[in-house]
Design a protein around this ligand. Sequence first.
Ligand code: NAD
Length: 420
Amino acid sequence: MEKEEKINSLDVALRQVDKAVAHLDLDPGIIAKIKSTRRQLTVNFPVKMDDGSIKIFTGYRIQHNTTRGPAKGGIRYHPDVNLDEMKALAMWMTWKCAVVNIPFGGAKGGVECDPKSMSSREIENMTRRYVYEIAMMIGPDRDIPAPDVHTNPQVMAWIMDTYNTLKGYSVPGVVTGKPLELGGSIGRLEATGKGVFIIAQEAAKHLNMPIEGARVVIQGCGNVGGTAAQYFDRAGAKIIGISDYDGGIYNPNGLNVPEALSCRNQYSCFITHKGPGWDEITNRELLELDCDILIPAAIENQLTHANAPRVRAKMIVEGANGPTTPEADEIFNDRGIFIAPDILANAGGVTVSYFEWVQNLQELIWNEEEISERLTRIMRKSFSDILAISQKEKADMRTAALMLGIGRVAQATKLLGIYP
Ligand code: NAD
């Protein structure tokens, strides 16, 4: 995809905090504490590759804040992984867990690598050695990883097995997003995309916009984007554009979603196999398509001052973490484009991860109805809480969400006090 200027995600996350705390009456010392990263571990470790060579990888595990509970956050495998990105993603996890009011702090981890050029065996070797290197930080009472970009239930299984091996017994609660056979939760795989859909439904109700017939554009077709596409499709919306790393496909009359997704899964991208009734489109063009609902569901900093004036969506529902820069936020707010921010819109994943962790600790298995009902209730309540703050404080939805999340973390910090 076309690269614009390099944007530092940590800088974006801190500027968002500054904007939200201006509405809150907080002690400057508490603000300084919640802006700082509690723990950061950088590891450089060797992996034996298939050709017999040894390659050194750099990985991270960051715990931004553990005031409200154990740290929680995904593990990302991507060439752009770096310390500041990890710190930003960990901070967003802290606010997200507080927004949906689950008892976790925020964490993130990742390895700088290109998983698309690695074999499954190399990814397994890298995962196991990375987990060995960060094992002192993780655990069901300390810090619980989960899937993120280019990691999946199989990677979570390798994480669990490596941790089990180090401990000498089985610890299913060390990781969420596991396969069902290993203590994973029903509904976790689709939870983030489903949560995006639930929040879009709530936002659409608020804007008096029917989901049926709405024209939807989705950037990213992985766990989050691909699942969201299926929910919108089943609800009668028209997915007119969807993309992957290499570009996307477009049909103004609506794509055949099952066909597009199965083609993408078979060929690993859309554009090597051109399907019937779709045109190729770049990621940049996709974001600027005339549509009702735009769902960035890939990576950070996709909507910036450079393209925000040309975005034609009526509503943006952030499946990805940090897809919108503060400059783009200002432009969207001025233009009256409704934004359901990441720390609300994609919180379905960590919510069902919380359900998975609770089931693991209690050795229970909840059924699909229980999971779906609890997830829907939490997502709807979080939306209405944030909308009420936004209306009362005359703040945009992101600032309102941050006020809710930061306010809860600040209150918990005050109650715990500062040691010693
Ligand atoms: P994934 O690996 O399953 O899919 C990522 C998608 O983004 C793929 O389609 C990939 O091709 C695309 N992509 C990667 N780099 C890109 C680039 N430079 N330009 C355009 N597209 C690119 O990952 P995912 O789990 O679906 O995560 C997507 C986003 O959602 C991330 O921001 C992640 O942090 C966020 N998120 C994920 C979860 C979860 O449960 N998986 C939960 C909350 C938030």
